[in-house]
Design a protein around this ligand. Structure first.
Ligand SMILES: C[S@@+](CC[C@H](N)C(=O)[O-])C[C@H]1O[C@@H](n2cnc3c(N)ncnc32)[C@H](O)[C@@H]1O
Length: 447
């Protein structure tokens, strides 16, 4: 059957599934991980990152009063590329840097395009429930699916609420001699109603021949290229991809540039608005929202994504906490962090010395040849496999309040072995250390 003939069925079934999800108590959030970030100095806002399939994250939000509360949703779901995506990390071995890649997420759909569209449809229905009456949704896809998604969006959000198709054009990627090189993505913009937030942003428009026009009443500016005026943003955006040499690169395969999200967030939300991204990846939306004083909610299912976001946020936002549950320390993989703790009660400080990190590398799937490299590094210095250390305490609500963070970055591949922290008076008995390895395996130990 033709794909187009299947779309009415997807829409009908999506609607039924929505009713089921809204009314179901079985589908309650089975808590995997929620990270919160309190921006106390600002509006006391609570920002959160869910590690779970976004259906559960959205259900949790709807059950907790977020219906029609989100002013801007940006999603950048898998594009139906039929490929796996890898997270690229550098680890320091005895002989220098080694590059390790492991699967971040899969964009392979065994049952084809219908399975993919079905996945997207039900989630779009849920997003509509969360979107406020002055809200907008940006759906970032590409030539493979945009025409089908446009029809699905028309059915769910209404053709009259279609605002724009933004073309994001870039130079990176390969070329072909068999067809025109594919150098753009498509971002469909819909609103919930005809009253929506829109703050026009400006861009440079260079004068012909880069010379001044000197028209009366029109302000002109000059830069290295020549003379220009400022005009309202058009719907074709030329923004560079996050390339190999880009400063903001974090190694996540499908990371989007902050300047792309900046345009979207500044145009379609206000300070204090809630901005959401349910396919968060490396967390670009959260980072930009944080920088521009928006509240944010993100979700992703992948270890690599959550770890990347956690580290990116550590340098942007303080006051992180984690909602703990009985399963917070239960993974499939056996882990152990061997450490010594020295308490100096007079000076109210603790010295933590990390000795060894144990992880069973046989339980992780790697690209060919990489396990041996890692085994060698593990033997030489197992702490090189640790990516993040958080130190804090557990409060009376079973929240892990993270006070100190140490993490590896592109420029610094080693975590300090010795960490000195103050004794947190709030809860000295429940001081904890959170350790996350480069694969995103998490461990929580009492100090
Ligand atoms: C294209 S990436 C997003 C990249 C992101 N915009 C950035 O700037 O890094 C898509 C993400 O969707 C996540 N994902 C796929 N299916 C999901 C689901 N059902 N629930 C939550 N996240 C999902 C993947 O793990 C992946 O990180």
């Amino acid at each position: 059957m033709e794909i187009i003939e299947e779309i009415p069925r997807l829409i009908r079934e999506g609607k039924k599934k929505l009713e089921h999800i809204l009314n179901s108590s079985e589908l309650k959030f089975h808590h995997e991980l929620i990270l919160g970030y309190n921006k106390l100095q600002n509006h006391g806002s609570i920002n959160r990152l869910y590690k779970i399939d976004n259906i559960y994250a959205m259900k949790d939000l709807l059950d907790n009063g977020y219906s029609s509360k989100i002013d801007l949703i940006y999603i950048d779901p898998p594009f139906f590329t039929m490929a796996d995506y890898y997270h690229r990390i550098e680890v320091l071995g005895k002989d220098g840097k080694e590059v390790i890649e492991y699967k971040a997420y899969s964009d392979i759909w065994k049952n084809g395009l219908i399975e993919y569209l079905d996945m997207v449809t039900i989630r779009l229905y849920l997003m509509k429930e969360l979107l406020s009456d002055i809200g907008s949704i940006y759906v970032h896809v590409d030539y493979r699916t945009v025409h089908y998604i446009k029809i699905i969006m028309d059915c769910i959000f209404g053709r009259e609420n279609f605002l724009n198709e933004v073309i994001w054009a870039y130079k990176s990627g390969g070329t072909s001699s068999k067809y025109y090189s594919r150098k753009h993505d498509n971002i469909l913009v819909y609103t919930k109603t005809d009253k929506y937030i829109f703050n026009p942003q400006k861009e440079k428009s260079y004068n012909r021949d880069f010379k001044p026009y000197r028209f009366k009443g029109i302000k002109e500016y000059e830069d290295k290229l020549g003379w220009y005026t400022l005009v309202n943003l058009k719907d074709v955006w030329n923004i560079n991809m996050v390339g190999r040499t880009s400063k903001e690169r974090v190694g996540y395969g499908t990371q989007k540039p902050t300047s792309l999200l900046e345009r979207i967030i500044l145009s379609s939300s206000n300070e204090n608005s809630i901005v959401a991204d349910f396919f968060a990846g490396s967390g670009t939306t959260a980072i930009v929202a944080e920088r521009h004083n928006r509240r944010w909610i993100c979700s992703d299912i992948g270890n690599a994504s959550i770890l990347t976001i956690r580290k990116r946020l550590a340098s942007e936002s303080k006051n992180a906490y984690e909602l703990l549950n009985d399963k917070s320390n239960e993974g499939d993989i056996k882990l152990n962090l061997d450490l010594d703790v020295k308490v100096d009660n007079n000076n109210k400080i603790i010295d933590i010395n990390l000795n060894r990190y144990d992880l069973d590398l046989n339980s992780i799937k790697f690209k060919k040849g990489q396990k041996d490299i890692l085994k060698k590094i593990q033997k030489e210095n197992s702490l090189r496999l640790v990516d993040y250390i958080g130190i804090g305490y557990i409060d009376k609500y079973n929240k892990l309040i993270i006070k100190e963070e140490r993490y590896r970055s592109f420029n610094n591949l080693i975590i300090d072995r010795c960490i000195r922290v103050p004794i947190y008076q709030e809860s000295r008995k429940s001081m904890c250390i959170k350790c996350i390895d480069i694969f995103g395996n998490e461990l929580l130990q009492t100090l």
